[in-house]
Design a protein around this ligand. Structure first.
Ligand code: NAP
Length: 253
């Protein structure tokens, strides 16, 4: 049995739907006090109530002032911060030949700059915790695999891991661990938006023959947040039903 994380203060960015909402539900179910963030107020209100989160903060991760407001809300409403799940992200697709400067800025601004700003804003609270945990939601796309239309997205997700490795070193003396979960294809509102053909093609490429659930990502994050995971830092956990393993489509069987 792992030591309970009941009562720990947790922030999940992008918790208004999808994986973030699943992470919030898993942590709240384990007795943690959770604040979710996002930009859509109606979705935030509904997600806070459905997941059992303590509340929500409207914030855009790409804006430094918003990230600082999230940290201030954690201090005021949770009394501090023990676990930060940096999950907010977007995955619009565009082939390299068609990518605009705006496309690149939007994806890197949210996924990569947003991760850095979020962690940076929460640092004082995580240091004060004495057992701070940072869990980044990266992806298999970029760090391990590639997919047409996602040069910018893959770069942002691989970039999160570059950030993680140095952050893990800088923060180790403060007892803060920094790790990443790399989801494969997880059934979320965002993924459904990519269309039925994409989802069917992906499901056929996964040895377990199903998409992952948001709770399966939540449980990997929960493990990294435990006291027992306190000596793991700068590492990744792939949660993908075996998707990165086949050498050819025939290997999936
Ligand atoms: P989703 O269903 O589209 O949900 C995205 C969440 O991020 C929403 O809560 C959204 O909230 C929030 N968000 C987006 N831009 C934001 C911004 N600028 N500031 C604050 N919040 C923002 O996506 P998902 O599938 O759950 O993906 C979540 C994370 O997992 C992403 O980082 C994604 O790259 C990663 N991932 C997903 C999959 C997958 O298969 N689903 C696979 C690998 C990695 P608002 O709309 O309220 O702002």
């Amino acid at each position: 049995m792992f030591t309970s994380i009941a009562g720990r203060a947790v922030v999940v960015t992008g918790g208004t739907r999808g994986i973030g909402k699943g992470i919030a539900a898993v942590f709240a179910g384990a007795g943690a006090r959770v604040l979710i963030t996002g930009r859509d107020e109606a979705a935030a209100k509904a997600a806070a109530s459905e997941t059992g989160a303590a509340g929500y903060v409207l914030a855009d991760v790409a804006r430094k002032a918003d990230c600082q407001a999230v940290a201030a809300a954690a201090a005021e409403r949770l009394g501090g911060l023990d676990v930060l799940c940096a999950n907010a992200g977007i995955f619009p697709d565009a082939r390299l030949a068609d990518l605009t400067e705006d496309d690149i800025d939007q994806v890197l601004g949210t996924n990569l700059k947003g991760t850095i700003l979020t962690v940076q804003a929460c640092l004082p609270l995580l240091k004060a915790s004495g057992h701070g945990r940072v869990i980044l939601i990266s992806s298999i796309t970029g760090p391990v695999t590639g997919y047409p239309g996602w040069t910018h997205y893959g770069a942002s997700k691989a970039g999160q891991l570059g950030f993680m490795r140095t952050a893990a070193i800088e923060l180790a003396r403060d007892g803060i661990t920094v790790n990443a979960v790399l989801p494969g294809n997880i059934a979320t509102e965002g993924l459904a938006g990519l269309g039925e053909n994409y989802v069917n093609g992906m499901t056929a490429a996964i040895p377990m023959r199903r998409l992952g659930t948001v709770e399966e990502i939540g449980h990997a994050a929960l493990f990294l947040a435990t006291d027992e995971a306190g000596y793991i830092t700068g590492q990744t956990i792939v949660v993908d039903g075996g998707q990165v393993l086949p050498e050819s489509p025939e290997a999936v069987g």
